[in-house]
Design a protein around this ligand. Structure first.
Ligand code: GLP
Length: 243
């Protein structure tokens, strides 16, 4: 069942998300969290860091799996999702570095084998308890671009023009922008026990509408969440403006 919660502001979306993540960690200190990058969850991570600093929260036994990572990018490249996660969350809390996973794949590695190994690692850790998601303006989740199979698993994807354009703001003039990524598949995401999708701002309104009220449809990968038993869609008024 898909539960849609509409709050007034992006700040409230972040607060409610942080509350939920905190509850999960308190209930299960060794929880497995699925994490997302993008600008939307940054404020969630800020709140989690704040709570850690106040001594209210520990990540000491937490394991994390990120949704996606650029293909063939060095971990220490400032544009890598590894760098993003270090900067936004991992460097500021007591998480064990060895328990933070991203689906990496260099050009020397076989993407199929890397994808399978990532899936296996998730299984070995007992599966994802709570998966955090954002949504692309074209309805993508992770880097599952439109036309992604509902039964897809962690694999390599070529990014669409729209996604490259949407994300180009994050790259400097002349800076290399990767065009391929490894991403959890839609089936991978659907296996998480709970899913929390955050969306804010008017540029997400059309994707949110398709996800929530549209048909289950490979052109809007996020619509696959309609199949999930426990998916919560936390959005602000602007993102809900087309509902
Ligand atoms: C990125 C990420 C997604 C993210 C989405 C939206 O490309 N791969 O995981 O949810 O696009 O990003 P933002 O939150 O910056 O709008």
């Amino acid at each position: 069942d898909m539960q849609v919660i509409i709050l007034d502001t992006p700040e409230q979306v972040a607060e409610k998300s942080a509350q939920w993540v905190t509850e999960v960690i308190k209930q299960k200190p060794a929880a497995v969290l699925g994490l997302a990058t993008g600008s939307t969850p940054i404020s969630l991570y800020e709140l989690l860091v704040e709570q850690y600093r106040h001594g209210d929260l520990s990540f000491a036994d937490i394991t994390t799996f990120n949704l996606d990572e650029y293909h063939n990018i060095a971990a220490d490249n400032p544009q890598s999702y590894r760098s993003f996660m270090q900067k936004q969350l991992f460097d500021h809390v007591d998480i064990a570095p060895s328990r933070t996973y991203l689906p990496t794949c260099s050009s020397e590695q076989n993407p199929r084998l890397q994808g399978e190994a990532y899936e296996q690692k998730i299984k070995d850790k007992g599966g994802i308890d709570l998966q955090i998601l954002g949504i692309g303006a074209n309805g993508h989740i992770g880097f599952n671009e439109p036309t992604s199979s509902l039964s897809s698993r962690t694999r390599i994807k070529t990014l669409t023009k729209q996604t490259l354009t949407d994300n180009s703001r994050l790259f400097g003039q002349g800076e290399f922008q990767p065009t391929m990524a490894m991403t959890m598949g839609i089936a991978t995401i659907l296996e998480a026990s709970y899913v929390l999708l955050m969306a804010t701002g008017e540029n997400k309104a059309s994707a949110v509408k398709q996800m929530v009220t549209g048909p289950l449809n490979a052109m809007c990968p996020a619509s696959a969440l309609q199949l999930h038993q426990h998916a919560v869609i936390l959005i602000d008024k602007a993102a809900a403006s087309e509902l």
